[in-house]
Design a protein around this ligand. Sequence first.
Ligand code: NAI
Length: 709
Amino acid sequence: MALNLDAIGKKIGPLTKDYTWKDVILYALGVGAGFDELEYCYEHQLKVIPSFAIASVFEFLAEAGLSSNVDLSGVLHGEQDIIFHNPIPTEGSLTTEGAITAMYDKGKDKGALIVAEAETIHSNGRKLFTNIFTIFGRKDGGFGGDPGPSEKVEFPDRAPDFEEKATPSPNQPLLYRLSGDVFQLHVDPEFAKASGFEMPIMHGLCTHGYACRAVIKHLFPGEPERMKRFRVRFSRTLYPGDPIVTKIWKTAEGSALFQTVNEKTGDVVIDGGIVEWLSAEEYQRRLEMGGIRFEDRVAIVTGAGAGLGKVYALELARRGAKVVVNDLGGARDGTGSGTAAADKVVEEIKALGGEAVANYDSVATPEGGRAIVDTAIKAFGHVDIVINNAGILRDKSLVKMDPENWKAVMDVHLKGAYNVTRPAFIKMRENRYGRIIFTTSAAGLYGNFGQTNYSAAKTALIGFMNTVKLEGEKYNIKANTIAPVAATRLTEDVMPPDLFEKLKPEFVAPLVLYLCSDQCPVSGRIYNAGMGYFNRAAILTGPGTVVGDGTEVPTPEDVASKMKQIMSMEGAQEFANATEAFGPMLEAFSPKKQAEAAQAEAGLTVKEVFDGMVDAFQADQAAGVDVVFQYEISGDQGGTWNVVVKDGTCEVNEGAHENPTTTIKMSDADFLALMRGELNAMAAYTGGKLKIEGDLMKSQLIEKLFKVS
Ligand code: NAI
């Protein structure tokens, strides 16, 4: 059966694998770690041997082999290259996705090479590593394809700088196979014999783990997180129990070559080994940066020539991102243009040792938005982060807000975000990763005199984010919104000078960077940030109430009588999407809910009536009223309360007043019925259910002064 050349470029995955610290330790034991490398074997302060990266995505290798149609009776694992982007956490879930990238023909008698590449993302959102697998199909050569590149690693002509000896246990494959590769060749003596071997052989990837431990031990001991690259060629089989030695030649600061040799036979079992690692300073720098890093991430920051955008761009670049510094370079009202603003920020980033390119397009047009995203793709190949930050102001009170000023602000803030986000989202979706920031404003969230255009645009962005959040969810694209307060060109004439000094844009950037990072756990949220003070703003919905029975349309008066419950925000909640938000409305008329509502109403206690009395007080009806009502309620819920109304205020106290104007005596049940409107006050009085002592006339004020709904 011939190789399936159509498999080239076809997506494999996503394949997901959950793992815990026990898998990490099982792998470490499988590749020979023990008491002298306890950091790999003990859950306290556990570290992951980087070569776990391939053991943990073994399924991908199997899938690539199957989809290539390689003749399984001649298949061998040829080479393995792993590029590390972030340290591997000790537990979580790994999602791996990739494709076969090439098939090379080494000749009829020599075989074929199938190359596949896969990226693995951790459940914390971080890209951990890229695996490049080369599968050797001994029986698949001669299909007339390209022979591919031939890379030969030349070892220095001198003794190795380091040697690490080990003797894998004769039972080693039995332990290693528990990490995923359960192929019979490594466990079944009969199968091994039938395949031409004396006994089950070591897994090549097990020896690979031994080599990985060896290079770490000699080159960056105790710090496996420093590994940047680990590449090997599997050249010979090895029997378990045979002693091995890994020979290491340091070739430069941060790189070395190695091979692993069977000491018994002299066979090189792992050849062409390349290891690269981070310098101690760089590693330290990354540790100090608290782990939020942007290596391999490409960020677009719009309006990054000044103010907040400039700080975001610099901080992202400082932490390793490649940045597109977009800025139109115009005036505060959006007129004019120029290249200097963006160029200067790019220069600053480069001076720091970072990577950046300038873009001068306006976000206000779809062509501009596309060109900004194209700049990222051309310069860096992809786009992971978009910070929609560009902004202008055209403040005028509503009466003077002509259509031109309305439109100019909408074009930059609202359409600008759409123009850039849409083409970027398409690219992010392809890569199944994205972080998008929208910039709103307190003016939009809460209103600001003279900024109808700006407030409208800024709040519209929240609506935009709410749906981007939903559409991006399954692609690991997260969208959040920031409402900054910072001293910039936009705010220089609206803030008092002493406050202006304290409002450095640098104080806003940390939250924005966090929201742009792999670690960002949230999507669809709004945050205020300024001066080092951060809080979250949200759209909350109150519990509401039913007016009527859902069949008869209620009257405005019915609604008015329930305004207290309609307006109540007690127990308010956030909804994840519109459908969820309709839930309470649809449920409200279910028999269960109606029964609950009736019970809640019926369940009102005498004490609750008095607790709510101050809220029910109608201050506008109390001018000139000076009165003390005393309630003496009998029954289980009974007690004495006095209500003092004076100077337009109301005070409710438990207990008797020394000088009440009017005393009302009722049973608890009658009192509650009266409050629910089921008992008429006059009927209660004439029927003897309600007794009044003291100033009878003043009792008539009660209905006017308190509206209990
Ligand atoms: P800024 O004026 O210092 O920076 C805005 C940048 O956007 C400028 O460099 C400008 O040239 C650029 N720009 C304007 N129109 C553009 C366009 N069409 N295409 C590309 N670039 C364009 O202002 P600041 O304060 O840094 O504002 C950044 C964002 O933060 C804006 O969206 C603003 O509305 C928002 N914001 C700022 C607040 C603050 O206190 N500074 C308060 C609330 C929101």
